[in-house]
Design a protein around this ligand. Structure first.
Ligand SMILES: Nc1ncnc2c1ncn2[C@@H]1O[C@H](COP(=O)(O)OP(=O)(O)O)[C@@H](O)[C@H]1O
Ligand SMILES: [Mg+2]
Length: 305
């Protein structure tokens, strides 16, 4: 038995001979929130599906909850909750029926299930929708129901694939609050996201991956410290009016994207004194964040899949 709730070695997946997961090693300790970050097509969902025994691995080894996978997939599923990337609720049933049907897969006593479902609906603020059909729910309600469903078996590990993509800020904040509560109560969370704010708020440890490989791992603050200078001055406006020396002095720390210069620095004062009080030049001074790291590691080109 390892101390990790998830451990993989050299995990690989190929489709039609093309590797989309290229040998990744993950060690996810029990407790806390682990984030898997990467642009579209990075291999996040494929990795999760292998870990859950839903997609056969091409090579490597993996353990979930200390059990070899996919050999022990049935046992592991008993202690794991899954919120898939796209909601797969049963449209023929109501909110409460969806939870009841799902709960019936686990050997839980009827009265226990009833009580738990009531608590879960309250937890995700859907108690007033108990008798509503799925097609009458908004996207945010469906996602909250998917989270409640994943909690029915009181899992030790909750896996969430882009839990807040496509949701409005109100729902997103509610979901963050609930996930934080779950984390504080001892449930281990594994989530994928491309919301850096989400990862920064929730995750204790993050892996950034792209093209099926891990690029970096660490606590959000660690990653920021490791990959980018601590402060950023964003400059836009009539850039041609700026002194040429401003850009030349530290080309390695400057990124020019369209009409904006991103100046990564540990001495923002020096830059600000050259750009302030110039007509037609605007600047924003801010601390470096995880999004800067993400873009530095995965590049700025668009991924439209
Ligand atoms: N069933 C499949 N057959 C062929 N290619 C697939 C299949 N599932 C995923 N892929 C490819 O694998 C790559 C990784 O996809 P995915 O794991 O969904 O990425 P992510 O979740 O990070 O956006 C993509 O290039 C995708 O097109
Ligand atoms: Mg995905």
């Amino acid at each position: 038995m390892s101390d990790y709730i998830i451990k993989t070695e050299n995990l690989k997946k190929s489709f039609n001979g093309e590797f989309v997961v290229k040998g990744i090693d993950l060690k996810i300790p029990q407790g806390g929130c682990f984030g898997l970050l990467g642009p579209n097509g990075a291999g996040k969902t494929t990795t999760l599906r292998m870990l859950l025994g839903r997609s056969p691995l091409t090579d490597g080894t993996m353990e979930v909850l200390g059990l070899e996978m996919p050999k022990h997939a049935r046992r592991v599923r008993h202690d794991v909750g899954v919120v898939p990337q796209s909601d797969n609720l049963d449209p023929d049933f109501t909110v409460v029926e969806n939870l009841e049907v799902y709960a019936s897969f686990f050997n839980i006593r009827g009265d226990v299930i009833k009580k738990r479902i009531k608590e879960l609906l309250k937890f995700v603020e859907l108690n007033e929708k108990a008798g509503t059909r799925i097609n009458q729910l908004s996207g945010g309600m469906k996602r909250r129901l998917s989270i409640a469903r994943a909690m029915v078996n009181e899992p030790r590990l909750l896996v969430l694939d882009e839990p807040t993509t496509g949701l409005d800020p109100q729902v997103r904040h509610l979901i963050w609050a609930r996930l934080r509560e779950l984390k504080n109560s001892g449930t281990t969370l594994l989530l994928t996201t491309h919301f850096m704010e989400e990862a920064e708020r929730l995750c204790d440890d993050i892996v950034i991956m792209d093209y099926g490989a891990i690029l970096s791992q660490g606590h959000p603050k660690q990653l920021i410290g490791k990959h980018v200078e601590p402060e950023v001055v964003e400059i836009h406006g009539e850039l041609e009016t700026l002194p040429k020396s401003l850009i030349r002095t530290a080309l390695d720390r400057v990124e020019i994207v369209g009409e904006t210069i991103y100046y990564f620095t540990d001495d923002p004062g020096k830059i600000i004194e050259q750009v302030e009080n110039r007509p037609n030049i605007h600047y924003l001074h801010r601390p470096a964040n995880l999004e800067d790291v993400f873009l530095r590691l995965t590049g700025r080109e668009l991924r439209e899949i």
